[in-house]
Design a protein around this ligand. Structure first.
Ligand SMILES: Cc1cc2nc3c(=O)[nH]c(=O)nc-3n(C[C@H](O)[C@H](O)[C@H](O)COP(=O)(O)O)c2cc1C
Length: 315
């Protein structure tokens, strides 16, 4: 608390204590170690790992990223070293950093999700799981689960039955009935919701008449999607009573505060890490300075603004 001049940045979600509400988004921060050359990751609220699948995954053919006005297209395609090496090499290292870790779990079938989740939970060193049912860049699994509410419900309850750490479900901006879907995930056992994943998107090089990405289509992230994310977080916050981690185009402290004010209990910074690997720490300091300037003493006071709206007091 003293480090931030009388402002208390701590938040507790799903029984996990975060020293501040700023995490790093899955897939934009490696598994922490890569970023530790640039910054002290122990100063973060938490780290959300790159997606982990049961077997190693080579990902999509290049090119895999393309910069767009105010955003970035990617089609990485869940490239990762697989569960076994993740458990041996990455998770213990992250745990030794003493920072809460959300392990992002993906799979090509429901059984794969469950197995990865079970093994990560069994290792007893992750704080929580983030179920990635919203990746637009794979042909099986991923977004497919977001398209079918009852399939997603079955997946969440199967994972819950296999683990003893909190399970967050990561939602896609493609979700049709967002409130209904978020509510269904909570009833199926989700301990928290994170949102948003990238928006399915595409760009074409007109000179060659070829798509910019090897996968043809990809997911849009960065400032271009921020207002979409704010609206979605606001909507979900009015529907569910579980913690929400808000993400999507956070490009500085102001965007993070905005996300908290519409009901996110914590936020995660993604694409910004590619332009400035130390940006997350600037967001932490910026939130603290804003709170000091405005006289807020606890992060929860910002989040309460949205909750008050929900109870109708604002209207
Ligand atoms: C290069 C890249 C890789 C990503 N990989 C994953 C992933 O493995 N799992 C996941 O759930 N989300 C992944 N995401 C989505 C981000 O975690 C985040 O939800 C999204 O990019 C929106 O936040 P941003 O606009 O701040 O980047 C990835 C995003 C990018 C840009």
């Amino acid at each position: 608390m003293d480090a931030h001049g009388g402002v208390d940045l701590r938040v507790e979600i799903s029984g996990i204590s975060l020293q501040n509400p700023v995490l790093a988004c899955s897939g934009t921060f490696g598994n922490g170690r890569e970023m530790s050359a640039w910054m002290d990751i122990r100063r973060l609220g938490g780290v959300m790992t790159k997606a982990v699948t049961l077997d190693p995954c080579a990902g999509n053919p290049p090119p895999r990223v393309w910069e767009t006005p105010s955003g970035m297209l990617n089609a990485i395609g869940l490239e990762n070293k697989g569960l076994e090496r993740f458990l041996e090499e990455d998770l213990p290292w992250l745990h030794d950093m003493g920072v809460p870790v959300w392990v992002n779990v993906a799979g090509f079938t429901a059984a794969e999700y469950v197995e990865v989740a079970r093994e990560v939970s069994r290792a007893k060193i992750a704080s929580a799981l983030e179920l990635n049912i919203s990746c637009p860049n794979v042909k099986k699994g991923g977004l497919h689960f977001s398209a079918d509410e009852s399939e997603a419900e079955r997946l969440v309850s199967a994972v819950k039955g296999a683990v003893d750490i909190p399970v967050y479900v990561k939602l896609s901006p493609r979700t049709g009935d967002l409130r209904g879907f978020a509510g269904a995930m909570v009833r199926a056992g989700a301990d928290g919701i994170s949102l948003i994943n990238t928006m399915p998107a595409m760009a074409v090089d007109v000179e060659t008449a070829r798509p910019r990405l090897g996968n043809l289509t990809g997911g849009l992230s960065g400032p271009a999607i921020h207002p979409v994310a704010v609206q979605m977080v606001w909507e979900v916050a009015q529907e569910v009573d579980v913690p929400i981690i808000g993400m999507g185009g956070i490009w500085g402290w102001r965007d993070a505060v905005e996300m908290l004010m519409v009901g996110a209990d914590a936020v995660a910074v993604g694409t910004l890490n590619f332009t400035d690997p130390t940006a997350t720490l600037g967001v932490v300091e910026g939130i603290a300075a804003f709170m000091r300037r405005k006289g807020y003493r606890r992060v929860g006071e910002l989040v309460d603004l949205a909750r008050r709206g929900r109870s109708g007091a604002a209207g």
